[in-house]
Write a protein that binds this ligand. Structure first.
Ligand SMILES: Nc1ncnc2c1ncn2[C@@H]1O[C@H](COP(=O)(O)OP(=O)(O)O)[C@@H](O)[C@H]1O
Ligand SMILES: [Mg+2]
Length: 233
């Protein structure tokens, strides 16, 4: 997956202090569709997304978005260039209401009615506009975080474990909505829920202790004899 990739991450090495966490990681994403990043806890998935968005600096490697080198750009410039990021934790302002959280996200939007679009996608939120985000269920909070990230009209959305802590019914709903979304934009999704990830994604990478240990089309990854061992705790 290298020709005309929209996002191209090559040979990324990232450390926290002296401890190296990512080793020569390369991933790519096209303009539409989803790419899944799998791997057990501690494999380096969050570190990879944080490096792509610019919260962490890579020691070496390259990151290009739409053929532009973004490696040295500050996070806010990467976001202006079309990156959206939904972090694994603390992705909403708990004390602000649902509508206030959305208003914060809409500040950077050029579109006149972006909030309506988000409420059409996640009608649950429309019923809770005045409720403090901290009192939402885990699933609703993730929907709010995704909705808020969409308000800046990202071309590529980085999603870190969007279904963490959700029950299976909500996971299916989120999967359906992501399948709609990937008709318009690109998504890099980090996900523990293997079936969701492989259903939504066109391509998957499995990290093992900071290295890409397996990659391919979901059908091939699903049937790979190494997969269960790579995901086992
Ligand atoms: N801020 C940090 N400082 C030092 N080490 C960290 C930090 N964040 C994560 N790590 C370590 O980096 C490794 C990868 O973590 P992470 O990227 O969060 O993995 P994952 O998201 O796949 O669970 C783990 O060993 C973790 O302990
Ligand atoms: Mg993580």
């Amino acid at each position: 997956m290298s020709e005309q990739s929209f996002l191209d991450v090559r040979g990324l090495c990232v450390s926290y202090g002296r401890s190296q966490v990512l080793f020569d990681v390369s991933i790519a994403a096209h303009r539409r569709g989803a790419v899944a990043v799998l791997g057990r806890n501690g494999a380096g998935k969050t570190t990879l997304l944080r490096t792509i968005v610019g919260e962490l600096e890579a020691r070496s490697g390259s990151i290009t978005l739409g053929a532009r080198d973004i490696m040295r750009m500050p996070t806010e410039r990467r976001i202006r260039m079309g990156l959206g990021y939904v972090p694994q934790e603390h992705s909403v302002f708990g004390r602000l209401s649902v509508s206030e959280n959305l208003a914060v996200g809409a500040l950077s939007s050029p579109d006149p009615s972006p909030v309506d679009r988000v409420l059409t996608m996640f009608p649950e939120l429309g019923q809770r506009l005045g409720q403090p985000a901290g009192t939402l269920s885990g699933g609703e909070r993730k929907m709010l975080a995704i909705g808020r990230a969409l308000l800046s009209n990202p071309k590529l959305l980085l999603l870190d474990e969007p279904t963490e802590g959700m029950w299976v019914g909500v996971i299916e709903e989120i999967a359906e909505r992501l399948q709609e979304l990937v008709k318009e934009i690109a998504i890099v999704i980090v996900e523990q829920h293997l079936e969701l990830a492989l259903d939504v994604a066109d391509y998957a990478y499995v990290l093992d202790r900071g290295r890409v240990a397996l990659e391919g089309r979901p059908s091939a990854v699903r049937n790979d004899s190494q997969l269960l061992q790579l995901l086992a705790p």
